[in-house]
Ligand binder design. Structure first.
Ligand SMILES: Nc1ncnc2c1ncn2[C@@H]1O[C@H](COP(=O)(O)OP(=O)(O)OP(=O)(O)O)[C@@H](O)[C@H]1O
Ligand code: SF4
Ligand SMILES: [Mg+2]
Length: 344
């Protein structure tokens, strides 16, 4: 990394950074009140996230995967405070997320930033790069002095491997990968400790994706960052993660260290997702495409929501929601009756 990086003490790996407990976000998608009354329609609630629990420790990357609409972005938005949870708790550094809205929570707020999927939409086209990157410094009143802001912007540009001369350009003068580097520089401006990255490389070409992922990994190592990383691309997840959480219709169905997930997935849905991608770990397992459709989230199946697509479903699966439980090793959590009963 560049010589302008400040020396950072070795990260104390293991400190709990984020704890989500029974997190839920329900959206009221009912028709307007008058229609409901006239047409006698009931309220309609969409359970986008429904009882998700996980912990993330310092220096770690936890990835969330799952098909479109399973609730990944909603978890991301809950974590950075863009949504209020319908139920459950989020703690950062042992403090509740809602404390961030208080004056004393401001410092906590700076430790937490988000990187979005679309670097085209998330950068103001009329601002120069220097102003885009300096915006969080001004918003949080971290630096007042013009020279101090300029030198921090130069430092951030170097950290994301852009040239100092780029500071005076506009976003349209950059490629997609470079724009995402600008987004990353802006996110790093407040010296955050935890970054929520929602599909940060999905809009980029494959070769550029690898460069941005490698940059993110280097920054994580050099700055002691902790990531929640969201992607539908399992090859990307394999590259960047320490642990992986698999979501299905608003719930986590499996959470395990990366190697365990890719080498010996336990939940039938995880197996189905992995069966659809090229053999990353060269295990020689047979490959089949993802079968079936994601159910309508407004009318989810009874019991285990995966039962209509599951080759191991039985009566209990159709009746009873499986609990998300730790396996004896403690490192793997799975929500599946067949795993619990030892059937698979
Ligand atoms: N503001 C909202 N109002 C109503 N429903 C919403 C809202 N945001 C998300 N949803 C619904 O919640 C569910 C989860 O959406 P979310 O965007 O979290 O999924 P996702 O896993 O990020 O999907 P994708 O991979 O397509 O980005 C979807 O059914 C979506 O339609
Ligand atoms: S609980 Fe039953 S339906 Fe659900 S994944 Fe396990 S075996 Fe399949
Ligand atoms: Mg999303």
């Amino acid at each position: 990394m560049s010589a302008v990086l400040k020396p950072v003490p070795a990260p104390a790996r293991g400190e709990l950074i984020v704890k989500a407990s029974d997190l839920a976000k329900h959206f009221d998608v009912s028709p307007p009140w008058l229609n409901r009354v006239l047409e006698r329609k009931p309220r309609v609630i969409l359970r986008a996230v429904d009882g998700v629990s996980f912990e993330i420790r310092r220096g770690e990357t936890l990835s969330l995967v799952g098909e479109s609409g399973c609730g990944k972005s909603t978890v991301a938005r809950l974590l950075v405070g863009l949504y209020r949870p319908t139920r459950g708790r989020i703690e950062f550094f042992g403090r509740e997320l809602h404390e961030m809205n208080t004056a004393s929570g401001r410092e906590l707020r700076q430790k937490l930033q988000m990187i979005f999927q679309d670097p085209y939409a998330s950068l103001n086209p009329r601002w120069r790069v220097a102003d885009i990157i300096a915006e969080p410094l001004r918003a949080h009143a971290l630096l007042q002095d013009r020279h101090a802001i300029e030198s921090r912007v130069d430092e951030l540009l170097a950290q994301v491997r852009l040239a100092a001369a780029d500071r005076d350009k506009y976003p349209h003068q950059f490629s997609g990968g470079q724009r995402q580097r600008i987004s990353i520089a802006r996110a790093l401006a407040t010296h955050p400790e935890f970054l929520v990255c929602d599909e940060p490389t999905s809009a980029l070409d494959v070769s550029v994706q690898a460069q941005v992922l490698n940059l993110m990994k280097d920054l994580q190592r050099d700055l002691g960052l902790t990531y929640l990383f969201i992607s539908h691309n399992l090859a990307v997840v394999h590259h960047i993660s320490d642990r992986v959480g698999v979501m299905y219709l608003g719930k986590l169905v499996e959470l395990a260290p990366k190697r365990t997930i890719f080498l010996s997935p336990r939940h039938p849905y995880t197996r189905m997702l992995l069966d659809a991608i090229p053999d990353l770990e060269m295990t020689g397992r047979a490959r089949t495409p993802v079968a079936g459709e994601v159910p309508n989230p407004l009318n989810p199946p009874s019991g285990c929501a995966f039962h209509p697509r599951c080759p191991h479903a039985n009566d209990r699966c159709r009746r009873e929601v499986p609990q998300f439980r730790a396996l004896p090793s403690g490192a793997v959590h799975v929500a599946c009756h067949a795993v619990e009963e030892g059937r698979i």
